[in-house]
Design a protein around this ligand. Structure first.
Ligand code: COA
Ligand code: NAP
Length: 265
């Protein structure tokens, strides 16, 4: 349905889960892929899998908290593939814990990965983005605007991510660079959901709080990313797009209260 041949797509955190699903979708549509995450073995496995679609793929082992390493990854990408047409910033960390169970370093770790890491990625990528024409997507979460028990660190970090999106949209629109957030709902089979719903009771609670009555898939998020990065979305910038089965309409809060009980809070 989409043709991304001759386009370069960079996915931070693109070695597993939702972000790897996005990378596969763009690779299937003909794009050159670059993925970046901390663990070399995950990077190597993702690159091999992405190459199976027939196009070029490359990877970098880098921690988004390390600006110099992120900057080097973008410099290298530009020297290999030229400018970057689509940038997905999706690296994130999460663990469920009540506020008093989050140490200062635990709070800092999540904020540093999700928020500072997003800033690092979009800032370091900016010189190499295709101008005009690039699409940047930050992967947010419903916690950015809806308070959720056991998620104080993630709520704070992802709220910041959406503000990075909005401010950059203001500043970069004139150069023809669009930047948006996608806010996924509960996505089946992902590390994020394994952590947030670690038992059957929590899993059922989440399922019952989604208006469409089902979990989403990594393909659901990938489809939204492909559309949002295409010319069909040329007039869209600075938005936070929920792809969540209607979860953010109220179900997140209902689930959050039950989750505390299901997890013994
Ligand atoms: N409950 C409470 N605190 C926790 C915790 C938990 N389940 N898991 C980690 N922490 C705390 C640690 O105790 C540490 O704090 P301390 O130094 O005061 O003891 C702090 O968080 C950092 O932990 P560390 O393991 O050193 O951090 P890291 O940088 O190696 O890893 C995490 C970052 C904690 C976010 C880790 O879970 C991670 O790498 N996650 C990536 C995958 C992921 O979360 N996927 C889902 C995406 S939504
Ligand atoms: P995941 O599989 O754990 O993906 C996280 C990715 O980020 C991995 O590739 C991981 O690889 C990388 N990463 C983590 N810390 C990093 C760091 N410091 N530097 C560089 N890379 C790092 O999780 P997921 O559940 O698919 O989540 C993906 C995104 O969707 C996240 O932004 C998350 O907040 C968002 N989201 C998920 C859900 C859901 O239902 N799962 C819902 C809403 C939003 P390494 O371990 O190799 O670093």
């Amino acid at each position: 349905m989409y043709d991304y041949s001759n386009k370069t797509v960079f996915v931070s955190g693109g070695t597993s889960g939702i972000n790897l699903g996005i990378a596969h979708a763009f690779a299937k549509a003909g794009a050159r892929l670059v993925v970046m995450s901390r663990k070399q073995d995950k990077v190597d496995a993702a690159v091999e899998a992405l190459k199976a679609h027939g196009g070029e793929a490359f990877g970098h082992a880098a921690d988004v908290r390390d600006y110099a390493a992120v900057d080097a990854a973008f410099k290298d990408t530009a020297s290999r593939f030229g400018s970057i047409d689509v940038l997905i910033s999706g690296a994130a960390g999460n663990f469920p814990a009540p506020a008093m169970g989050i140490s200062p370093n635990g709070f800092k770790s999540v904020v540093d990965i999700d928020l500072l890491g997003t800033f690092h990625v979009v800032r370091a990528a900016f010189p190499y983005l295709t101008k005009p024409g690039a699409s940047v997507i930050n992967i947010s979460a419903p916690q950015a605007s809806i308070p959720m028990d056991f998620q104080m660190h993630v709520c704070a970090a992802k709220a910041g991510v959406d503000m990075v999106t909005r401010v950059a949209a203001l500043e970069w629109g004139g150069l023809g660079v669009r930047i948006n957030s996608i806010s996924p709902g509960p996505i089946e089979g992902t590390e994020g959901m394994n952590r947030l719903a670690p038992n059957a009771a929590a899993h059922a609670l989440i399922l019952n709080s989604v208006p469409l009555g089902c979990y989403g898939s990594t393909d659901d998020i990938a489809e939204a990313a492909m559309w949002l990065s295409s010319p069909l979305a040329r007039y869209i910038t600075g938005v936070v797009l929920p792809v969540d089965g209607g979860w953010s309409l109220g179900g997140v809060s209902a689930m959050s209260m039950g989750l505390k009980k299901a997890m013994g809070g």
